[in-house]
Write a protein that binds this ligand. Structure first.
Ligand code: NAD
Ligand code: ZN
Length: 362
């Protein structure tokens, strides 16, 4: 299997490299004046490997919390860059997960009308998904990922060793994000993921191939539709519902776990709307369910969930646009009216979810 991948973008083509020891690549990358942005937990866990690089490089520690991904959160960072003499030809080098990525990429895109940035993703979610695709999003108050643009890094280095220290919840979050690519891809990839899911937790070779394939599949869509105007929309499968779950649990349910439930919800509504055969939903559910594990939705009030979906409390009889499905590989964007019937279906879903949560997970 290849160790590299090149992604074309409107700005520049960029390379993803799989490396065995990130610290060698990082030492090699850093130029005078560059600033490393490093996740606070990664800094503690990888001190031994990072110290030799950080000893003579400026760095900023990023607290991995959603409020950090906001205007208020990036302000001290920008102030530090300006006051410490950061220049247009210097680069930002992010070492961390999706939050460190979004903070760094967003800042890189607006500093001096754009400076180069590089990325060392350290979570499974960032390695299998977010590192490519150019999106840079920060939150606006409680509204997630509402502000940002498209601004790809100049290079990405993936070291799977980072994943050894990831919590099991964050690992499953990454698996959930990866699952959504394998379901959107279709029958063959769904079967592959069903076969290899368990091994991905213990076998690095299996995991590496799954990550590579996930990125490669996403790459095809990103190159055709970098700005998310059409074909790439299908990757929002599970995401509208997932975002509502994340927000309403104060991010206690991580992104990829929420998306796993969100995909099952999208399937459920697709069945109710007569689009999807119930048996097809039942084929996908065990894998999704295994991934969300013992996650509960009991803290979420249906009314709050509907409002979060609509993003506006006053929008009566609103229509939301979600990704529905006719089967594996057959996801599509469609308007969903928020009326008595659909709200009733969601109520049923929530009830059934809590009832079935005690069942043995198969
Ligand atoms: N820009 C995009 O295209 C894009 C795509 C998907 C998600 N996102 C965003 O990414 C964020 C989620 O990303 P994430 O799941 O990587 O979360 P994250 O960056 O919050 O990291 C999750 C947790 O893992 C810790 N961590 C990171 N690397 C570690 C390691 N190697 N060992 C141990 N702990 C480690 C972090 O400190 C944090 O506590 C969300 O804000 C989401 O909106 C962005
Ligand atoms: Zn996602």
């Amino acid at each position: 299997m290849s160790n590299t991948m090149t992604v074309k973008s409107s700005k520049h083509a960029y390379k993803v490299r799989f490396e065995e020891d990130f610290s060698i690549a990082l030492k090699d990358h850093v130029r005078e004046g560059d600033v490393i942005t490093v996740d606070a937990n990664v800094l503690k866990l990888y001190k031994r490997q990072l110290d030799p690089v950080l000893a003579d490089t400026r760095y900023v520690v990023i607290e991995p919390s959603e409020p950090q991904k906001s205007y208020q959160g990036v302000e001290p960072f920008i102030r530090h860059l300006i006051e410490s003499g950061f220049r247009k030809n210097n680069r930002l080098i992010a070492v961390g997960g999706g939050i460190t990525q979004d903070v760094t990429a967003f800042t890189a895109s607006i500093m001096f009308r754009g400076v180069d940035w590089l990325f060392y993703p350290t979570t499974l979610l960032a390695q299998c998904d977010s590192c490519i695709g150019s999106k840079t999003s920060i939150n606006f108050g409680k509204y997630k990922n509402q502000i940002g643009g498209f601004y790809p890094p100049v290079e990405i280095v993936i070291d799977l060793h980072f994943l050894e220290t990831l919590s099991s919840l964050d690992f499953r979050s990454g698996m959930g994000e990866m699952l959504h690519y394998y379901l959107v891809s279709g029958e063959e990839d769904f079967e592959r993921m069903s076969r290899e899911y368990d091994a991905a937790f213990t076998d690095k070779t299996v995991l590496r191939e799954l990550i590579y394939h996930s990125l490669d599949f996403k790459r095809g869509f990103v190159e055709r539709d970098e700005f998310d105007q059409g074909p790439r929309n299908v990757f929002n499968y599970g995401h509208s519902f997932g975002h509502a779950i994340e927000t309403l649990t104060g991010y206690a349910v991580p992104h990829g776990i929420a998306v796993s439930i969100g995909m099952d919800m999208a399937n459920y509504l697709s069945v109710k709307l007569g689009l999807l055969a119930p048996e097809t939903r039942d084929r996908m559910r065990p894998l999704l369910r295994k991934n969300w594990g013992d996650t509960r939705l009991s803290g979420i009030a249906l009314e709050d969930f509907i409002n979060a979906l609509k993003k506006d409390k006053k929008a009566v009889g609103a229509e939301i646009r979600v990704i529905l499905t006719r089967g594996l590989g057959q996801m599509f964007k469609a308007p969903l009216p928020v009326n008595e019937e659909t709200v009733g279906w969601l109520a049923e879903y929530f009830n059934a979810f809590e009832k079935s949560s005690g069942d043995k997970i198969t």
